[in-house]
Structures are given as C-alpha cells and as structure tokens.
Design a protein around this ligand. Structure first.
Ligand SMILES: [Zn+2]
Length: 413
C-alpha cells in the first residue's frame, strides 16, 4: 500500500508541473539553443523521466484518495473569442482554471496567448482529426462509408475516411505546423476515431442500430491487404462487404480499425514532438465503457484505450451527461472503466449546461453532483465543456468556485 501511495504522489506532482510549467516555457525565448534544451527538460519533466507511463502503471500506479489535490488539472474548453479578454482571464483565474483547451483560431489570437502566458495557464490546442467539413466539401469521395453504403453523416457530424494516406499525412503536417507556430503546452486530439454521432446515443439505444464504418473501397482493400482476409467477389458493395465481414471476421475488422486509429495517433505524437519536444498530448474519448453497446468503443469508433494511453499523456472522456441522459454516478463509472485499461491519467470532461433541445435539465444541484463525480478518484481533474455554455450559467460558476476551493484545500480523507 505504501508503495502505491508514493507512486500516486509522484504522479500528482507530475500533473501539477504540467499545469505550472508555463512560466518556464514562456521564459525561454531569448536564450541559446543549448539552454533552451535544458530549460525544456526542466519544464517538461517527463522528457527526462526514463519510465514510460505504461511502466509506471505496471509498478502499481493508482491515484490515491489521500493524494493532495492542490495540483488538480482544471480545464475549460473554449472555441471562440468571447468578450473582453482581460475580463475573461480574470474569471478563469477566479474560477480556479489552470489549463485552457482552445481552438486553433483562438490560440492564434495574440491577446489570448499573451494573457495565457501572463496568467501561467497551460494552453492545449484542440485539433479535430477526422472531422473536416472543408475537406469533405472539396472532395466528397473522402467521406467515410457506412454499412448501409451511405456517407458517414448525421446532423452536423460528417467524417472523413480514416485510412487515406494522403489525407492523414496532410493532417499530421498541418497539426505539426500549428504546434511549431503557436508553441502550446499541449495538443488535444479530437475526432480521432471512426464515425459515430455518440452525442445522440442514449442508454436505450440498441447496439445494432449504431452504424459501423468505413466500408469504402480503399478501406476494404487495405483491410484485405493488411490482414490477409480475402473478400469474396460477391462482397463488392459496402452493404454486402459489411454483412460478410461482420458475420465472419468481426474481431479482425475491429482490431484492424483500432490499428488505423492508433497508428494515426502514433504519427501525430511523433511528428508534433519532433517540432516541440515535451509537448503534452490529450485525446478526446467517446464516453463508452468497455461493454456499452456491444463493445462499441472498439467495434464502432475504434478507440482502444489500452494502446492509445501508452501514446498520450491524458485520455479525456467526454462525459456530457445531460445530452446523453446519464446520471452523475455514470461519470465516475466511465472514469473508473477507462482507468482500469489505461496507462495514463483519465481526465473527464463534463457538460456545464443543457445544449441540445433534447438534453435533460442541469440545475445547480445536478451540476454539483456531476462535478463531484468527475473529481472522484482515480480522476486526474476535470475539463468543463464549454466556456460558451458556462457564460450562460452563473449558478454553475458558483458551484465550480465552491467545489474546487473545497477540493484543493482538503484534506479529503
Ligand atoms: Zn474508408
């Protein structure tokens, strides 16, 4: 027990350094490269840490309920410039945020960057990977294809096929160049998966009604080439191929899909850390537990957390309970389920206010229960979705201030 406790403490300190290292990183600009390298190592301690997260996990990593919580990672997702920036940052500070998950457009705003630096708040640039409406408009053939032979599109969610080499290379390079230009503390990979409009998949939904993808010609050829499974001549249409694969080779298909996603994460992490050593990587996870909807987390969206968590610094399930009609306790159960398979900390993201017309109401009491569930061990912190919604929910702001103050001042035994 003592050993596990010590490892947990160290992990908490690492988390704290990640949010506090901003000061070191921003002070490096006018010094020689060799000092920059030393400074980067000091600012990003995991670079100098020979022990990969997987090893740490194997050694018994378990965040402890006794761990100090002053260094909790508390983040906000913010997509657009909203009002007077100095006022917004004063509120971030007052609310206890230490990490900002922002769109590339906002991260490019000099005033935003300057204030983040001044307030020592870490910036993670959100990068959608296979959600790319512009590219899909230019090249409709890029659309992923469902098992019904239709483009992978539902409401605002339209997905690119995840196995096109040229698109993948272009996306990796464009994310790497944004990292080089913006020098953020981290990237936050979004839409890094196969298609699902999970925001509308409620608990009563049958697993058979969730479309599987991608059955485009390129994916079928690639699957065949990389697994040795030869599709019969009669399986030329996406529908026929889907039926045949699902009946005979579902496990191989699922494993192959997971490799398509994890290899993209691997390419992104390698390339972005080439341009910015020590860059932290967060991955937005579909909030499905291992057994939800017939194993849909691997079978449908192909997010294999056992593998992905060895490549990233955080896995962040989007536990948006109001849109998914889930209880606060469900949030903690998702964190626990993911943590049981992951080699890195789990950082739940929660909804602060109703968004879709069909969402369940989220009053102050319900939101407080969600926040407490999100912070329950083994959570590494919490990320609020989103600033836009929080601006319209003063009661949620009050809950955040009160709960975080109590959480950080501890003791929590
Ligand atoms: Zn495809």
């Amino acid at each position: 027990m003592h050993f596990s406790f010590g490892v947990a403490l160290r992990t908490r300190r690492d988390l704290g350094r990640s949010s506090g290292r901003k000061a070191g990183a921003s002070g490096l600009r006018a010094v020689p490269p060799v000092l920059i390298a030393a400074g980067v190592l000091a600012a990003f301690p995991r670079l100098a840490d020979p022990e990969p997260p997987g090893e740490r996990r194997a050694a018994g990593f378990r965040p402890s309920v006794h761990a100090p919580k002053q260094d909790l990672l508390v983040g906000i997702k913010i997509y657009e410039r909203a009002g007077e920036m100095p006022r917004v940052f004063a509120e971030f500070e007052d609310l206890g945020f230490n990490t900002l998950f922002v769109s590339e457009a906002l991260a490019s705003d000099p005033e935003f960057r300057g204030l983040a630096r001044e307030k020592k708040m870490a910036v993670f640039v959100i990068q959608p990977v296979f959600y790319d409406p512009e590219e899909l408009k230019k090249d409709p053939d890029l659309h992923a294809v469902t098992d019904a032979g239709a483009p992978a599109r539902e409401d605002w969610v339209a997905f690119a096929c995840p196995s096109r080499d040229e698109y993948r290379r272009r996306r990796v390079e464009s994310i790497a160049s944004a990292v080089a230009r913006l020098e953020p503390e981290g990237v936050s990979l979004d839409f890094i998966r196969f298609f699902a409009y999970w925001e509308m998949i409620r608990p009563d939904r049958s697993s058979a009604s969730i479309p599987n993808t991608c059955f485009c010609t390129r994916c079928l050829e690639r699957f065949s080439r990389e697994t040795g499974v030869r599709l019969p001549a009669a399986s030329r249409t996406p529908q026929a191929a889907a039926r045949w694969i699902e009946a005979r080779h579902l496990e191989k298909w699922t494993d192959w899909k997971c490799r398509v996603i994890s290899s993209m994460v691997e390419d992104l992490v390698r390339r972005t850390r080439q341009v910015r050593p020590g860059l932290r990587v967060n991955l937005h996870a579909v909030p499905w537990r291992a057994d939800d909807f017939g194993g849909a987390i691997r079978r449908i969206v192909a997010q294999d957390f056992a593998v992905l968590s060895k490549l990233t610094d955080y896995i962040s399930p989007m536990c948006y309970s109001a849109m998914l009609h889930r209880s606060p306790a469900w949030i903690a159960s998702v964190v626990k389920d993911l943590e049981a398979r992951a080699a890195c900390p789990i950082l739940p993201s929660i909804q602060v206010k109703a968004h879709y017309p069909s969402d369940t109401p989220l009053d102050a009491a319900a939101f407080e229960a969600c926040l407490r569930a999100a912070l329950a061990p083994p959570s590494a912190g919490v990320v609020f979705w989103s600033w836009d919604l929080l601006e319209k929910a003063p009661e949620a702001k009050r809950v955040i201030k009160r709960c975080l103050r109590a959480e950080r001042s501890g003791p929590d035994v």
